[in-house]
Design a protein around this ligand. Structure first.
Ligand code: TPP
Length: 558
């Protein structure tokens, strides 16, 4: 039985659970796109450019566990690199597939368009090796199935992006057909000796401590076991906090939940709880400068158990050879009860008073109304900027999800990422909060939301500049050209779109706009929220000052 290289790839993408792939066409990938269409396991979704294509795939992969995108050589693939960097940093298995020069042109001395202008066409794969966990350059149809499988399998296991390069004359070349998908999906068995030793050491760590707190970090998204965490908390009886980048990873209506731990900008009570604990069980944390508020919120290593995707560190020893799923499942069956920390009750999040309908729209009132819109079926995507701080202070019903990108932190990510998320989870309500500065990077992707009739509700926070940057380090570079953001939707709709562009300058206008947005089910609704430039979340200012201080440390003199 034979198929073609492109159809083999297409079948594999369908087998691993993808229903869509993202693409921008170019002459090096046209035959591949035809093959993907002909095999038809996944629907082809078009993006305005390759950066957006990558972020859409990243957003899709967050909701669906994996994603795929197809670009053309160099002019496409190099644009996609920023988004693949994001997928690497954020642990999302995005399969980046690039068309490439005809095999006859490699090593021939022929000079090709879309290249750097020299005749060595290996540079793209070389670059990709740094930002993917596997990079396969296909040069023969016979070997293509093995290489495609290796890239996909490695991406799924490592929870990182992978790269596959397919020359334009091989996409429709005959190759063997795929076998069972279990070879890509099966998890390696745990090293039982290492897992047993890890559990024993965990027991020693926990028995020696009374006030144990669970701290959930953003790598848990990639673990696929967020749903198992309440059972672990129930077993241990201890308090649970989440890191800012993991907002929503533990149900906030669970009795053990004690808020977001983020150093000095934690939810009320969470800093004292975590920093006063004698044992902190950290699940999938990322302790970067942002998470530690400029290296101020660093935990004592001797009181910390670090569980990462492929092993744990505890009591000064490292244990590897098992997945975090295998570890958490085993721990949930045998962890000792450690309920000391749960005796401290949860302190309520300060409530935001409701503004009068004719009051000038404020950041607080906007956050209050967005929070009221978030139900247990909502995915809230929060862009880099003050939107992070607004998302973090919200009170979420169980089931609500938050997506943010605090490790990579690229502005512009959220618009295409929300599109990807909406395609992957069409039964959820998708709400996006994005600042005016960030929006200007990837705004045109709203046109694809119109095209694919995705009812995403976009809160465009027009605070007239890069306010987060203004709070960290001000200068003329933080002030941007204002746009008629609501007016853009008419341009994106053209003759046949169902997008809605609205503007709110008062509390009442925002409430009315949200009602219109809920009723608009055939396309996105962009609500431009007009705010004063000085109006932002208190925690942003506090956090920004500390991060700026860390950035401003003078070089060490030896
Ligand atoms: N370029 C990229 C691609 N990513 C970045 N993070 C930055 C530059 C630096 N940066 C971080 S936040 C920010 C900039 C320029 C401004 C965000 O402004 P806006 O979206 O308006 O959000 P606000 O803080 O006003 O809520």
């Amino acid at each position: 039985m034979t198929t073609t290289v492109g159809q083999y790839l297409s079948a594999r993408l369908g087998q691993i659970g993808l229903k869509h792939h993202f693409a921008v066409a170019g002459d090096f990938n046209l035959i591949l796109l035809d093959e993907l269409l002909a095999e038809g396991s996944t629907r082809q979704i078009y993006s305005c450019n390759e950066l957006n294509c990558g972020y859409s795939a990243e957003g899709y992969g967050r909701a669906n566990g994996a994603a795929a995108m197809v670009v053309t050589f160099s002019v496409g693939a190099l644009s996609a690199m920023n988004a693949i960097g994001s997928a690497y940093a954020e642990n999302v298995p995005v399969i980046l597939i690039s068309g490439a020069p005809n095999t006859n042109d490699h090593g021939s001395g022929h000079l090709l368009h879309h290249t750097l202008g020299n005749t060595n066409y290996g540079y793209q794969a070389e670059m990709m090796r740094h930002i993917t966990c596997a990079a396969e350059v296909i040069f023969s149809a016979e070997n293509a199935p093995h290489q495609i499988d290796n890239a996909i399998r490695t991406a799924l296991r490592e929870r990182k992006p992978a790269y596959i390069e397919i020359p334009c004359n091989l996409a429709n070349a005959a190759c063997p057909a795929p076998g069972p998908v279990s070879s890509l999906l099966s998890e390696p068995a745990a090293d039982q000796a290492s897992l047993d030793a890890a559990l024993e050491e965990t027991g020693r760590f926990l028995y020696a401590r009374d006030k144990v707190v669970l701290l959930v970090g953003s790598r848990m998204r990639a673990s696929g076991i967020i749903d198992l965490l309440p059972a672990l908390a129930d077993r241990m009886g201890c308090a649970v906090t989440v890191m800012a980048a993991a907002k929503g990873f533990f149900p906030e209506d669970h009795p053990a939940y004690r808020g977001v731990y983020w150093g000095e900008v934690s939810s009320p009570g969470a800093q004292d709880l975590v920093e006063g604990a004698d044992g902190i069980l950290c699940l999938g944390p990322i302790f970067n400068d942002y998470a530690t508020v400029g290296w101020r919120a660093t935990l004592r290593p001797e009181d910390t158990l670090l569980a990462d995707l492929h092993g744990i560190t505890v009591n000064g020893r490292v244990f590897e050879g098992f997945s975090i799923r295998q570890y958490v499942e085993a721990l949930t069956a045998r962890a000792p009860r450690r309920a000391g920390s749960a005796e401290t009750p949860r302190q309520p999040q300060p409530t935001i008073p409701t503004a009068a309908r004719d009051a000038r729209l404020s950041n607080d009132e906007m956050a209050r109304q967005i929070n009221a819109l978030v139900d247990s079926n909502t995915t809230l995507t929060a862009e880099t900027g003050d939107s992070w701080f607004n998302a973090v202070r919200m009170t979420l019903p169980g089931g609500a999800k938050v997506e943010s990108e605090m490790q990579w932190g690229s502005i512009g990510w959220s618009v295409p990422a929300a599109l990807g998320g909406a395609l992957a989870a069409p039964d959820r309500r998708h709400v996006l909060m994005v600042g005016d500065g960030s929006f200007q990077l990837t705004a045109q992707e709203v046109a694809q939301m119109v095209r694919y009739e995705l009812p995403i509700i976009i809160f465009l926070v027009n605070n007239h500049g890069y306010v987060i940057e203004i709070k960290i380090h001000d200068g003329p570079y933080n002030y941007i050209k204002n746009w008629d953001y609501a007016g853009l939707i008419a341009a994106f709709n053209a003759q046949d779109g169902h997008g809605l562009g609205l503007r709110a300058t008062t509390a009442g206008e925002l409430a009315g706009a949200i009602e219109q947005a809920k009723a608009n089910t055939n396309g996105p609704t962009l609500i431009e929220c007009d705010l004063d430039r000085t109006d932002c979340t208190e925690t942003l200012v506090k956090w920004g000052t500390k991060v700026a201080a860390a950035n401003g440390r003078p070089p060490k003199v030896n």
